[in-house]
Design a protein around this ligand. Structure first.
Ligand SMILES: C[S@@+](CC[C@H](N)C(=O)[O-])C[C@H]1O[C@@H](n2cnc3c(N)ncnc32)[C@H](O)[C@@H]1O
Length: 286
């Protein structure tokens, strides 16, 4: 790892041959993933199934990075801050623990975990998003009492050894991975026995009418933020496109159980519009 200014470290895009932490996909442990709509037609230029998925996602976050935080506040009416606080409370950080936040973006969750007094690492593959995190790190506004560092790297091939972290989080990230099962498998791999895994993400409400209303908001209103602030409606039309192809909270809970996690829970907000998936890696011998 080569240190860069502002606490950012650069991780090579691809793992060197023979890296023992490389996990080839699709992840072998997870057998089923209900709720995926593999066959929906794709209409958004930032969503590409298959090999070019990551490159398009990278283009997307390069385009929106400077406005990401502002639009997040506007489109969620500020509620994403509340949901992130709930995630950190649920993670229950304890003195001396270490946390890894995947797809850390501009750093909200990494900073929030560090404010609880634990060391936190944020990992993201978008340099422009990391640049915003770096600015926040240099200013005093993050208010962290413990060290926070940011690494450039791929959440599907986490550049850390097995059992390195007590808490592994991902906020609005799993939906963006080319292979979310592989990402979840990686989260499990780097968690210590007894460690907690948490994923905050857009959900799919069970109630069909509520789901229709919410999807209408994502289809008709949210793209306007993209058009207004980024000059491109597709940047935020991407949310509905990617969500339509994603398993969401129920599928992630099933996958967590299949991985052998304990105390698997779903916290739904606003009738399932937003959700947190929670699971604990079993302690050895339990
Ligand atoms: C919607 S943002 C979420 C940012 C932040 N976690 C939050 O909650 O506000 C998604 C982030 O995931 C990152 N990302 C997407 N795919 C990734 C991957 N395979 N590896 C690392 N980061 C990835 C993007 O660069 C982007 O910063």
């Amino acid at each position: 790892m080569t240190p860069q200014r502002g606490g950012i470290f650069f991780i090579p895009r691809s793992n060197p041959p023979g890296n023992p932490h490389f996990v080839a996909g699709p992840h072998p442990v997870i057998a089923s993933a209900p709720g995926i709509c593999q066959n929906s037609p794709v209409t958004n230029k930032f969503y590409a199934p298959g090999q070019s998925r990551a490159a398009r996602v990278n283009d997307l976050f390069a385009a929106i990075a400077p406005r990401y935080d502002l639009i997040n506040d506007l489109q969620s009416f500020g509620l994403h801050r509340h949901w992130k606080r709930r995630l950190v409370r649920l993670a229950a950080p304890r003195t001396g623990e270490r946390a890894l936040d995947l797809c850390s973006g501009t750093g909200d969750l990494a900073f929030a975990l560090a404010r609880k007094g634990i060391a936190a690492v944020g990992l993201d593959f978008s340099e422009p998003m990391l640049a915003v995190a770096r600015k926040r790190l240099q200013s005093s506004s993050s208010g962290s009492t413990r060290p926070v560092s940011f690494l450039r790297g791929d959440a599907s091939r986490i550049p850390f050894a097995d059992a390195s972290f007590d808490i592994v989080t991902i906020g609005y990230g799993l939906r963006n991975l080319a292979d979310w099962q592989m990402g979840l498998g990686e989260m499990n791999r780097v968690a210590r026995p007894g460690g907690r895994l948490l994923a905050l993400e857009f959900g799919k409400p069970d109630n069909p009418l509520w789901r229709k209303i919410y999807f209408a908001y994502l289809r008709l209103c949210v793209p306007l933020f993209g058009r207004l602030f980024c000059g491109d409606a597709d940047t935020h039309g991407y949310i509905l496109e990617s969500l339509s192809h994603y398993t969401a909270q129920n599928g992630v809970a099933t996958a967590m159980r299949e991985l052998g996690l304990r105390n698997v829970r779903i916290l739904n907000f606003l009738g399932g519009v937003m959700s947190i998936n929670y699971g604990e890696k079993p302690r050895t011998g339990t």
